[in-house]
Design a protein. Sequence first.
Length: 191
Amino acid sequence: MVEVVAETARLRLRSWAREDLDRFIEATNTPAVMRWLGGVWPRSQHEAAFARIETYQRDFGHTFWIVEDQASGDLLGFCGLKRVNSPGAGALAGTAEIGWRLRTSAWGKGIGKEAAIASLDLAFGRFGYDEVVALTVAGNAPSQGLMARLGMTRRADLDFDDPQFVAELGPTMVWSLAAADWPAARRAALT
């Protein structure tokens, strides 16, 4: 059964249904969307990721939720929370991580920011995390821009090499936001 975890002015964040996987692959498994994730994935890699998403929800009560347009019901991608489990993450392992992946037609419309704000509200409210990190690579300027607009701070001291990604992408870059800083960062993000 699908659970709605948050609604915003335009969006619905909800748990996954089995039939979402095909729609998600169709919408987001494109060269543009997957550029900073090592390129387009085979179906088997998406199925493994879906299994992890279900595990996060079961084990922690949160995951990278489906983001839907409230008006049309269109699947726009995902945004939400998991715990850092990247190989090489070291001391970051188990830290709350926010992440997003949106179809190209959703880019540049504030959808990522809107979904991320809802996810951070849940992270610091319902789930009581003291800190949330976001991970990306050097070339992914749009994601870094969103991290900055959310009030996250670049933490080069926590960067690490993730063997899951091709070496050309470079090390995984870490951005961080403390719960104590979220109220002011949230206000700034909404302006």
